[in-house]
Design a binder for this molecule. Structure first.
Ligand SMILES: NC(=O)c1ccc[n+]([C@@H]2O[C@H](COP(=O)([O-])OP(=O)(O)OC[C@H]3O[C@@H](n4cnc5c(N)ncnc54)[C@H](O)[C@@H]3O)[C@@H](O)[C@H]2O)c1
Length: 406
């Protein structure tokens, strides 16, 4: 499968991506068609004719059948965090890069967690509910400052680390536990085990990733290990926590409150009832998976993903691609840049260089990265490339896709 740089680049952006996303694509010389809806398989196949870049969110599925029917497609942008809706492996095997926005909404999640930590520690939702019911319950009992309280962060990644920094600014003492070795920021203290953290923290907040091994990570045993009257938050993934166990520990009074944003089964539409053992409990804040849902995050996601798509099409840069080998590239060093996606077998680089040397093409710069079954080579050359040279490169048995950028 081969393509050189097309004269007119076309982008199709589905599912109402933020206008900033379309703007960045437009500034990158794409003719952009935006649509508010998601597309089913047949409609998507029809819409992708002549499209070089596809933008979508979580409701459009890109199957291998869709990819087979889209020979012009160079890259897909998921304007969200997850990429489960895209067959990323099939895309890589066709030389199509996939990008997402892994940390554009980090700050939004952190701010919600902080708001909830303060609200739960002051028992604000209870006071609020009572006031709306006409009850004036002025009491300091059970209400605390967050200053000096110990915040236990499980999962010290993009979100956990940023929460750590902001929580310290509020005067909290931060403990964290992560399965990977992580640099402790500020005065945060690393715990050797989750058990150690649970035995010390006044507030436990989960920010682990969605790997399958985290299913059921937090259940009866872990809640039992938490301190008396501690507070629990989960803004990571629904399948990580046993909410029946959480309910028992809230009802018994062992835990003082909880905030939950993510659930194993989440309604697909507003018409579907939200069912959870946590409904109706006092000092429990329930939110409909809105941790990352702010206008600021949507705008950042739009410009971030579109920026990655433009970079990839213009320079071949695959920084933060979720499926192609990653190469962060300088500007084109010579006259032309040969972008070569191939099956990762020994000797491909030698074959490429053999073709170029045989046609008297001098190499100004060359970069190689591999990822599983896919290899990626960028070669900058000073001279014009004869069509026959490109043909020879295309015909190499392991070539998946060849592009020549000028
Ligand atoms: N509620 C929302 O709207 C929302 C928005 C964005 C992200 N999220 C979720 O928040 C979570 C964290 O996101 P992130 O960007 O910080 O992810 P990340 O990948 O940067 O960090 C996750 C961290 O958790 C650690 N980890 C994984 N399993 C662990 C375990 N069992 N015990 C201890 N540490 C463990 C990893 O080593 C990593 O450091 C993800 O699950 C993500 O899907 C939710």
């Amino acid at each position: 499968m081969t393509s050189t740089r097309p004269a007119h680049l076309r982008a199709l952006a589905l599912e109402n991506i933020h206008p900033e996303g379309a703007q960045v694509l437009g500034a990158g010389s794409f003719a952009v068609e935006t649509r508010t809806d998601a597309l089913g398989e047949a409609a998507l196949i029809e819409a992708l004719g002549g499209v070089h870049v596809l933008g979508l969110r979580s409701s459009t599925n890109v199957t291998s059948a869709v990819l087979d029917a889209a020979p012009d497609l160079l890259a897909i942008g998921a304007y969200c965090i997850g990429t489960n809706q895209i067959d990323t492996g099939a895309a890589a095997r066709r030389g199509i890069a996939v990008f997402n926005a892994p940390f554009s909404n980090t700050r939004s999640v952190v701010e919600l967690a902080l708001a909830e930590i303060i609200a739960l520690t002051r028992r604000l939702t209870e006071r609020d509910r009572a006031m709306h019911a006409g009850v004036w319950r002025k009491s300091a009992s059970g209400a605390h400052e967050v200053r000096s309280r110990r915040l236990g962060i499980v999962g010290y990644g993009n979100i956990g680390t940023q929460l750590s920094v902001l929580a310290e600014n509020l005067g909290m003492q931060v403990l964290f536990y992560d399965t990977a070795d992580k640099l402790a920021l500020g005065n945060a203290r690393r715990c050797e085990s989750m058990e150690e953290l649970l035995g010390e923290a006044d507030i436990v907040t989960l920010h682990v990733d969605g790997r399958s091994g985290n299913s059921g990570l937090f259940g009866e045993r872990e809640f039992a290990l938490m301190r008396d009257r501690a507070v629990f938050l989960n803004l990571s993934r629904g399948f990580v926590v046993d909410y029946e166990a959480l309910r028992r520990h809230l009802e018994s009074g062992h835990l003082a409150g909880a905030a939950v944003d993510v659930f194993l089964r989440e309604p697909k539409t507003a018409d579907e009832e939200f069912v959870s053992p946590l409904r109706g409990l006092p000092n429990v804040i329930l939110t409909p998976h809105i941790g990352g849902s702010t206008e600021e995050a949507q705008r950042d996601i739009g410009s971030f993903v579109s920026g990655k798509l433009v970079d990839y099409v213009r320079s071949g840069s695959t920084a933060l691609s979720v499926n192609l080998p990653r190469l962060v590239l300088p500007e084109v060093a010579g006259e032309h840049r040969i972008v070569h996606v191939h099956r990762n077998t020994p000797g491909v680089l030698a074959q490429i260089n053999g073709v170029l040397a045989g046609d008297g093409v001098n190499i100004d710069g060359q970069y190689l990265a591999t990822r599983g079954e896919i290899g990626y080579v960028i070669t900058d050359v000073g001279a014009d490339l004869a069509p026959s040279t490109c043909e020879l490169l295309e015909k190499l048995p392991e070539t998946i896709r060849l592009r020549v950028l000028s």
